[in-house]
Design a protein around this ligand. Structure first.
Ligand code: ADP
Ligand code: MG
Length: 479
């Protein structure tokens, strides 16, 4: 750990470069606190950790403000391992921590933006006994205050989704449901949270419920175990606006689909806005009942794409401003050009760079150094560009002039069953997914995939046309 003189010198140097260590400390603590939340029971978290304030970074040591020495000592004795775990491996670095007394919890009204308020207001008062459920917990930080329309950089690739989301917030019920789909890390959750903020701002009386489909699934299972099914139902239905993230999770969950279908119909018939996000179109979700596919498609369905280079650079510039930090344009362009598929990864890369540079501020930031620091992120990006099972399904369906829903169906005619097997075979051959993983992508079990794996080469040896089709598809997918 550095002495205070060192810290002072460091501060002045960083000040010159407009580096804001407080902001970085806050960012680090955000990540660590989220981890701690998962590591300790809820009441312990609330009692000891929720009031801690990230003050600054001293080298690789995060300084946390607490009320008094007693508090600091107690937490250190009881939870030092958990805190160390939570602070390890953030942006490729393990952080130490220390406490500073004299910082009392902030009053809620001092908070700049009412994140917790939104979540609290979304909980109908009729459900007090259902407090264990994370998707309705009062005061939970379900809605991220940074995910606003103002913070969303718009380009050709995401303009349509952005505009549709904003309209839905301005005029709830206009497009119902609004269904936004696209790859991971490109702004779907951000837009959903932005709708929640905007709606709540314009119509404070409205009950807006945001939940990931995973959370709804957990609630559902819990409600069956606890015999509190009525409460679960009402969580989905006693709302004015329902925002559900990642609805592809519904695939193959029949019980939940039934509930979702009923809730959807009830809300829809009352003109309540429903917004759904997913990584696929409704018809491409394996194991999603046809009646839900048609409900999901009856409003506005729009794809969001990974943003282009200009937008990616603008996103990095925006982050720089937040951190009061400046890298040369050349550096930002370099990172943005190397990470094109996923904004989450792009932001993570800049965070990682900021952290590493702040640890060694005297060293100039050259392209070589950036390449060295971000080597593993660039590699991750490269690997992610590899072929996915979804792409294989899409390509195979296109080639044989089928819909993806046919490929995923149980239909048996040879004209559908054979392409289906080709897709399964290519998925095994060209991706690193296991038989069971591929099985679930097709809504089948692993034995079906193993069967296709053996069968396709056999069929190809007798059927020249099929052999050619498999070869062409393989070449196209690899290019
Ligand atoms: P998804 O839900 O599609 O997986 P997220 O909405 O979680 O992606 O986005 C990942 C991260 O990238 C978030 O931090 C989000 O704020 C940021 N992000 C994505 N698109 C944009 C954009 N156009 N402008 C600003 N930030 C963005
Ligand atoms: Mg998301």
């Amino acid at each position: 750990m550095r002495d205070s003189g060192n810290v002072a010198r460091r501060k002045s140097f960083l000040g010159k470069k407009m580096f804001n260590g407080e902001k970085l400390a806050a960012e680090l603590w955000k990540i660590a606190a989220e981890r701690l939340h998962a590591l300790v029971p809820e009441n312990i978290y609330e009692q000891w950790f929720s009031s801690m304030q990230p003050l600054r970074l001293e080298g690789a040591c995060l300084v946390l403000g607490v009320a008094d020495d007693f508090f600091a000592e107690w937490v250190e004795n009881s939870y030092s391992t958990q805190i160390a775990d939570a602070l390890s491996g953030i942006a490729g670095h393990d952080y130490e921590h220390k406490f500073e007394a004299g910082y009392f919890p902030q009053q809620p009204e001092e908070k700049p933006e009412a994140v917790a308020e939104i979540a609290a207001e979304t909980v109908p008062e009729t459900l007090p006994e259902f407090s264990e459920d994370s998707f309705a917990r009062p005061g939970s930080t379900r809605v991220n205050s940074n995910y606003t329309f103002a913070n969303f950089v718009v380009g050709e690739e995401n303009r349509y989704a952005f505009t549709a989301a904003r309209r839905a917030a301005e005029k709830p019920g206009l497009f119902n449901p609004l269904y936004i789909y696209g790859n991971t890390g490109i702004g779907k959750t951000h837009l959903l949270h932005a709708v929640a903020h905007e709606t709540q701002k314009n119509n404070p009386q409205m009950v807006v419920r945001y939940a990931t489909c995973e959370e709804i699934l957990n609630s559902f299972v819990e409600s069956l175990n606890n015999h509190k099914f009525g409460a679960f139902r009402s969580q989905l239905r006693d709302v004015d606006m329902l925002l559900v993230d990642d609805v592809h999770v519904l695939g193959n969950k029949e019980g939940l689909q039934e509930q979702f279908f009923n809730a959807f119909n009830a809300l829809y018939s009352e003109g309540k806005q429903i917004i759904l996000t997913s990584d696929k179109r409704p018809s491409e979700i394996a194991g999603l009942e046809a009646r839900l596919v048609s409900r999901f498609e009856q409003g506005l369905t729009t794809e969001i794409y990974a943003p282009g280079l200009e937008v990616r650079i603008a996103i990095l510039r925006g982050m720089q401003q937040d951190f009061m930090m400046r890298f040369d344009d050349e550096i930002l362009e370099f990172i943005a050009s190397r990470i094109s598929s996923n904004v989450r990864r792009l932001r993570g890369a800049l965070m990682q760079l900021l952290t590493r540079v702040s640890l060694d501020p005297d060293m100039p930031v050259t392209l070589e150094r950036v390449e060295y620091i971000l080597h593993s992120v660039f590699e991750e990006e490269f690997t992610s560009q590899q072929i996915t099972v979804d792409e294989i399904q899409k390509k195979v369906a296109e080639y044989f002039n089928l819909r993806i829903s046919d490929l995923l169906s149980n239909k048996r005619p040879k004209s559908i069953a054979e392409p289906r097997m080709v897709a399964m075979y290519l998925a095994r051959k060209l991706t690193t997914s296991s038989f069971p993983q591929i099985g679930s992508a097709f809504g089948r079990n692993h034995a079906t995939i193993m069967n296709a794996w053996v069968k396709i080469p056999e069929l190809c040896s007798k059927d020249e046309e099929l052999r050619r089709a498999v070869a062409v598809l393989e070449r196209q997918l690899k290019s």
